[in-house]
Structures are given as structure tokens and as C-alpha cells.
Design a protein. Sequence first.
Lengths: 247, 139
Amino acid sequence: MADLIVLHVTRYRPEDESRPTTQEYEIPLRKDWSVLDGLNHVKDHLDGTLSYRWSCRMGICGSCGMTIDGEPKLACATFLADCAPGPVRIEPLNNFPVVRDLVVEIHDFMDKLSAVKPWIIRDDEKSPAEGEYLQTPAELEQYKQFSMCINCMLCYSACPVYGLDSDFLGPAAIALAQRYNLDSRDQGGHERLNVLSTEEGVWDCTFVGECTRACPKHVDPAGAIQRYKVTAATESMKAVLMPWGKR
Amino acid sequence: MSGDAGLDYGGFYARWYKPRLSRFWWLRRRSYLLFVIRELTSVFVAWSVVYLFLMIRAVSQGDREYQQFLEFSRTPWMLALNVVTLCLVVFHTITWFSVAPQAMVVQLRGRRVPGRLILLAHYAAWVVLTALVAFVVLV
């Protein structure tokens, strides 16, 4: 195995250039190095001006999402050895504005995330003295998969619907809404319905399925969206058939 | 949704690079291409429904109209259209069946029914319905 590998890294320095360019770096190819380790090597030894986000190095924080050889990936979970012999193409996440180099602007996602109220909503809050809200393992199983989301936005980068129409609420936000909708302790489903059951909500999704393939935590956002479409359709039918009913 | 509340980037907004999705984005990956083909098949699904209605109308109006309909169906361009339609409707069916397990969560005795069984049930229903229709039409 050759002991060097070339990275083709997208650079964007807004103070100097109006379009991104590509810069080449040659780094050691080590068996246990991820793409993130390679970028850290560049930053520490070759070019301190390179900008990218990272934190935990172990697929939990969701910071180091980027496009690696054309695929949305976590840089910490993609090994250089798997990209050999290279060159490895490293670009920022698709479908987001680029702030600098590999750093993208994420406020659109942050706004959407808070719009679906991803927390437990109760109509009747128990006092702490009354104890916890208990849950069986079967009830936990209902939403556990969706709770694995780390907000890395790889699904937004993979989604052509979001690329074409950035008003789309998007895969992770809907999957996280489902994480709480399916939680036996939550009573906020009707509050989320107004955000989810709109054209920019679940109905914009045309089930391309790329979000699920891109997800590094096997959350299956595409499945979550299709399941919510059934819920949304049922709720709107109920609203038509029983307008006096409680929503 | 705007994300401007409380943000101050000191005028750096104008400097964000906003790449535009190419008009040919659907050629970028095989899965995108298959998806776009699947969406386009809906036009042919609609045609197959129209064709079915035309046939039912012809049958209901008597033997002469039905013979005319058969003549009309025998023309080369109609045959070509219907062969293409058949291929695309089958493609539509298979691709939708293959994503059905993702959209359907069926619980049986507290356990989630595996996706493969749901897929199998779809194909079984397809075979049964086809046999039923064939029985009604042929017997």
C-alpha cells in the first residue's frame, strides 16, 4: 500500500474569491486514519487556514458532515484506506450555503428543528413528587430508532427535494418530530400536526429514499415521513368527518 | 423559513456561496434517475386507467363498438404505446412495492412484522388479484 494519499479539498475564501476552488494536499495514508484525521493533519502541519467543523471524532456530535467522493458522509466515520488509492474529493455538504471552505450555514436546519418542537409536551404535567413517567421496553421501541438522530444533516445534503426547494421541512426534522409523536409520554402530536401536515411538511417529500441511505445512524427518515403521511391523512379525514371531535 | 432572528454576521451574508442545483441533478446518481423514471411512470399509469375505461365503455356499448375498439387497439402505434405502458406500469409496481415495507409498520402480537413479509404480501395480493381478474375475463 502506498503510504501517501492526495486530498482534493474544496476551498472557499470569500474575502479573496467569488467561487470555490480546489486545493490539493498530500498526506500520509495510515490504516487507522479517518478523513477527519487527514484534515486535522492538513490543519496542523500543512495549511492552518483550512476551515471545517468537527468535535467528537466518534460519530456522535454530527459536526463533521461533508461530501466525500460525491457522497454525504461523516468525515470521522470514513476511512482514508477505504478511499485509497485516491485522490479523495472532499467538498462541503450539498444543498447548504457555504460560509467558508467546508463550513456550511446551518440556521435553516436549526429553525426547522425547533419548529417541530422536538421535546416532550404534556397537557398535564405531574409534579416531581409524583415520580417519573414510566415506559415499557415495547413503548421505548416505538421511537428508539428515530431518537438516534445526531443532527448531522447528511440527509438534507442527500435530499434532492430540499435541494430544489429549501422550504421543505426536511428528513431529520420530520424524523425527530416522529421521535416525540411516537413517545408514549408525549401529548404534543396535535401541536406538531400544523407544522408537519403542510405542503412544506411531509407532503413535499416524494420518497426518493436517499435520506435513509445517507443516514449514518440508521434512523430511516424516509420511513418516518411516509408513516407520518398516513397519520396526517387520517387526522385530516377525521377533521372532515368529525369536525366537532377533539383534535 | 428565515433564520435571521438575532443573528449578526457583520454583513457576511452576501459572501455565502450558494451553489445552484443543476437542471440535470437527476443524472448525477443512479438512484435519482430511477426515482425520476418512477415519477414519470405515473403518466403511463394514468393512460392505462384511461385505456381501461375506454375498453369498458366499448364493451358496454355493444359488439360493434367493441370490435371497433379492438381494431383501434391493433394499430401499430397503439400497440407500441401499450407495450411501453405495460413495461412502465410493471416498473412502477415493483419500485413501489419495494419501498412499501419502509412506509408500513405492521405490529403483530407486539412485534413488528418483518419488511420481507410485507413485500411478500404485496406480491401475493398482486398474484391473487391478477388471477381473479383473469378468471372473470376468461371464464
